[in-house]
Design a protein around this ligand. Structure first.
Ligand code: DAH
Length: 376
């Protein structure tokens, strides 16, 4: 059908329309065409074509109907044509607007559907962290000493030789410094030397400088030595220092306290013993042992044969300790004749290895989750 065949391009006379009834049916046809096209206008582009096709000023259907049907119509039909045209115009206007609203809402819904949060999707599961085993062992040990009246103090990891050595009765050239071959910091010439502390013992001095007796403290922290890494050595490891000083502390208080701690930590069945040892800042000095936690002190492995952990001795070395050497009191202005006390230095990594059956200290520092997650 060419454009000029369209009925709205011709006059009513040309179409042979002479009665009001014919006018009505003609408008009915047009309206049916409009409704069919409107139903198909499903997106914005189709809707614009619909709007221009029907309402366009120059050649929209309504304009053509006005020009070709209404204006040239015979006076008898004019009324009927006018009324039908008005009716059609209202219908077209209303439906084109309704269509626009529907299309817009549809686009919004589509956009909303795209952005909708799908609550059924599994979320991102973030693994929950836990304390490192070393941190947990620190806590266990701290709790045991809290229960008998000790409190926690901390000290610097960078020390002066005075605190790390001299005030602990380790003068320069003393052979025990060889065991503590350590990391010195580069300092400008003429400035006092600095080093990474080799033990937590310097905090004994800091504490006694600041407080009068009685003192009952433990000192958790990191220490550094120039050791080559192997299964039992690391250039950084952890200690808890202990110090108790008062006017009447005896050797019995000392061994009783250590025995209490060891039993709390490893279990009531574990026995302790001490052997003479040497530390410049304690006199007498001892080394504490516990009955082997692997073979129950028998020296024989559960599977028969010699226990590999204590090498058949039935005892395992735990840590060094002793009664504070009176010389140390001289460095902190305590009266050596009026006070007495004991000190100890526990290697945390070693104790954790013994308690949890770990045979390589390096696993503490490698951050391998397969190891870490075994101790949630
Ligand atoms: N500071 C010593 C070390 O790291 C350990 C130690 C031994 C500390 C005896 C003490 C002690 O307080 O009394 O090897």
């Amino acid at each position: 059908m060419s454009n000029s065949d369209l009925k709205q391009m011709q006059t009513l006379a040309a179409l042979g329309v002479t009665s009001a009834a014919q006018v009505k049916s003609l408008f009915g046809e047009l309206r049916a065409q409009f409704d069919a096209q409107t139903a198909k206008a499903s997106d914005e582009d189709l809707w614009k074509a619909l709007r221009d096709g029907w309402l366009g000023r120059k050649s929209g259907v309504l304009t053509l109907v006005t020009d070709n049907w209404l204006k040239p119509s015979s006076p008898e039909l004019k009324r009927a044509v006018g009324a039908s045209l008005n009716e059609l115009r209202t219908h077209v206007n209303a439906h084109i607007e309704a269509r626009r609203v529907a299309i817009e809402a549809g686009t919004e819904m589509a956009a909303a559907a795209k952005e909708r949060v799908d609550l059924s999707l599994p979320g991102v599961i973030r693994p929950i962290g836990s304390h490192h085993l070393i941190r947990e062992v620190f806590q266990e040990i701290e709790d045991i000493f809290f229960s008998i009246g000790f409190s926690v103090v901390e000290g610097p990891e960078i020390e002066t030789p005075y605190y790390n050595f001299e005030a602990l009765n380790i003068p320069e050239h003393h052979p025990v410094r060889d065991d503590m071959d350590t990391f010195y910091l580069d300092v400008p010439k003429g400035e006092p030397g600095l080093l990474l502390r080799t033990h937590t013992s310097p905090v004994q001095i800091h504490t006694m400088e600041r407080r009068d007796p009685p003192v009952r403290v433990i000192v958790p922290g990191k220490v550094y030595r120039r050791d080559n890494p192997d299964a039992t050595h690391s250039f950084m490891f952890h200690q808890i220092e202990g110090l108790a000083v008062d006017c009447d502390i005896t050797f019995c208080d000392f061994t009783g306290t250590i025995d209490y701690f060891v039993k709390q930590f490893f279990g009531e069945g574990v026995k302790t013993r001490f052997r003479p040892s040497y530390f410049p800042f304690t006199e007498p000095s001892v080394e504490f042992d516990a009955s082997c936690v692997f073979c129950g002190g028998s020296g024989t492995a559960r599977t028969g044969g010699t226990c590999g952990k204590c090498k058949g001795a039935g005892w395992i070395e735990l840590f060094g300790a002793g009664m504070v050497d009176p010389t140390v009191y001289g460095f902190v202005n305590y009266h050596p004749a009026k006070v007495s006390g004991f000190a100890f230095g526990i290697g945390i990594d070693r104790l954790a290895m013994l308690k949890y059956g770990i045979d390589d200290i390096q696993v503490f520092f490698q951050n391998d989750v397969r190891f870490l997650e075994q101790f949630p």
